[in-house]
Design a protein around this ligand. Structure first.
Ligand SMILES: [Fe+2]
Ligand SMILES: [Fe+2]
Length: 192
């Protein structure tokens, strides 16, 4: 994919600052893909578009959802930060003809996770969480775990996110809970 040609319109949509984040997510996604034998081109495409509909403005998301004929879910009204991934997936189908469901799902679920994630989905969630611009206590640890064990790093990231939401008294997507429960069922020895 020729990302250079899409750069301008993407910056128009999401701004310079978020685009800089996007480039860092691409870099991290490619790095992890090469280590863990995941298709690096798919990883880069998913990373490039993951926040491509993270637009601002009251009602803007609902308007875009209408444009792309995506029913606006009740949960997105409750937790507006979830919708941009689903919207981005619809937008790139329509505007760029990207139909690879693995890429689309990695974009849809990059904010919440879900039960039954593919390796690419896990990789994108993580790359978004630990790209080199992120600074929070423990980020270095997750970065280093991610180089050896993507699954374990993902559990740490998801656990952190859920803990963070509880501490901030924010709502948690049902998909994140289902994802967490599935991870626990897989009985990883070290969840934290
Ligand atoms: Fe996002
Ligand atoms: Fe992001």
């Amino acid at each position: 994919m020729e990302f250079d040609k899409l750069q301008e319109e993407t910056i128009d949509r999401i701004g310079e600052k978020r685009f800089a984040h996007t480039l860092r997510v691409m870099e991290k996604a490619e790095e992890l893909a090469l280590i863990h034998n995941i298709d690096p081109e798919k990883a880069k495409v998913a990373a490039f578009f993951h926040d491509s509909m993270k637009i601002k403005g009251g009602g803007a998301l609902e308007k875009e959802a209408e444009k792309y004929k995506l029913p606006f879910r009740e949960e997105w009204k409750e937790i507006p930060s979830i919708a941009h991934g689903y919207l981005a997936a619809e937008m790139i189908k329509t505007e760029y003809g990207i139909t690879d469901e693995e890429i689309l799902n990695a974009i849809r679920y990059h904010t919440t996770g879900r039960a039954g994630m593919s390796s690419l989905e896990i990789l994108i969630y993580l790359a978004d969480y630990i790209e080199e611009g992120r600074e929070f206590p423990g980020v270095e640890k997750i970065r280093s775990v991610a180089k050896n064990n993507l699954e374990e790093a993902f559990d740490m990231a998801l656990g952190n996110t859920i803990r963070f939401l509880i501490e901030k008294k924010q709502k948690i997507s049902i998909d994140s809970i289902l994802c967490w429960n599935e991870r626990v069922n897989k009985k990883h020895e070290e969840l934290y």
